[in-house]
Design a binder for this molecule. Sequence first.
Ligand SMILES: Nc1ncnc2c1ncn2[C@@H]1O[C@H](COP(=O)(O)OP(=O)(O)OP(=O)(O)O)[C@@H](O)[C@H]1O
Length: 489
Amino acid sequence: MPDQHANAASSLPASGLPDDARLDAAWARIRGRLREEVGEAEYRTWLRQLTLAGIEGEEAVIHVPSRFLRDWLRGQYGDRLRALWQAESVGVRRVDIRVAAAPGALRGADAPAAADGADLAEPLSATRPASEARVEAPKPEPRGDWAAPLDPRFTFDSFIVGKPNEFAHACARRVAEKPNSPGFNPLFLYGGVGLGKTHLMHAIAWAIREPQMGGPGRSVAYMSAEKFMYRFIAALRSQSTMEFKESLRSVDVLMIDDLQFLIGKDNTQEEFFHTFNALVDQGKQIVVSSDKPPSDLAGLEDRLRTRLGCGMVADIHATTYELRISILESKAASAGVDVPARVLEFLAHKITSNVRELEGALNRLIAHANLFGRPVTLESCQEVLHDILRAHDRRVTIEEIQKRVAEHYNIRISDMSSARRARNVARPRQVAMYLSKQLTSRSLPEIGRRFGNRDHTTVMHAVSRVAELMQGDAGFAEDVELLRRMLET
Ligand SMILES: Nc1ncnc2c1ncn2[C@@H]1O[C@H](COP(=O)(O)OP(=O)(O)OP(=O)(O)O)[C@@H](O)[C@H]1O
């Protein structure tokens, strides 16, 4: 609860203390990770009783309710907890597990300010152990308490604009510069997975929080729809819904990420609808993101869908090759690593699904190069990203292979199936059969059928003949290899 957090921070030494929000987020992630690692049953039995009391110097102080539990946890989870804290990079190097006389849950497992929704995996209505039943009524949330941690990397400066996202980007800019512009309230951003919705949302929030001409920044309530629901339910449980509403309605801009989460959550939708209306009536800006346009959000109340769609609806489309290249160039440049253009082109050809995956692949490549002090090359890229690339392998068809090979050797496609046996036709046909065997999962008889109803033994002969020729003729081998790469990308 927010007031408890404030107490926690003030009761501990301030030196080197990361801000509360970062600590909360780190602790929520650590608990989420432990839960994943040990499984729900073990987590509930042992680990759910851990509470973060605070940070003392470089030490995270964890409270548990009994000596038995303390000793057991020190032995079983001490190292793991330390490693998880260290991985969070919030300045914690050690962990001390202590027995709290009365479980002083300063940032307990129930604290609704958990940043990543890890706690939501717990049914909110679940019966809680006695040690956790002490849920105090939250005080009214002060203005600004809604400030969720924003990712410092997600700014307008780092957002690369291209055809697929230029409209959404322009709308985002407009709202950030001038909230509640006519026709832009609400702003509804939507698009597929990993295409930059959250990045744009954070960029808007950062810009809105910027101090205005020497004065303070405007206040933004930014949260996922999941968290909105979580806080709403916490307020319901503690009979403080009035305060909840008031605190939300006191912000300048309300931003809700992944709105599709509210589908089927009728009470939360209802509350969101009222908050939405109250804010718009007061001239406050609303920004919402979702994976679908309002009209496709079946399961959302009609009146809410209508209201969501009556401002500006902006779509982030799937990336183009050009945009992927620009994003890769920018990310490589900001990492300060020299990645050859060929490698960037290769990645942009291969990983077309979404920006998150593209970025992940580049990061892995860069980490590998840094670790081994080797330059990034096309070969190292293929090696390091072997698994990712395989998952993204395009399904090449026999028709594509025939077309590409015919073009390369300057023969007619129809000759792939003709009965002509002249060497200048027969050899390319064999190469196409060889590549069909290498690059598709078709059987020999099936390949034979596609090459003018030839027998599978003909295909078998072609495959071994080409392999043999490649052994003895480097020029020929290079040719075939080039064709293979072209077909694979
Ligand atoms: N145009 C862009 N320029 C720079 N980085 C981008 C761009 N688009 C996406 N990214 C990066 O791709 C990653 C995924 O983006 P983000 O998390 O915003 O996607 P999302 O649409 O919110 O995904 P999800 O649907 O999973 O919530 C982030 O690291 C983000 O910075």
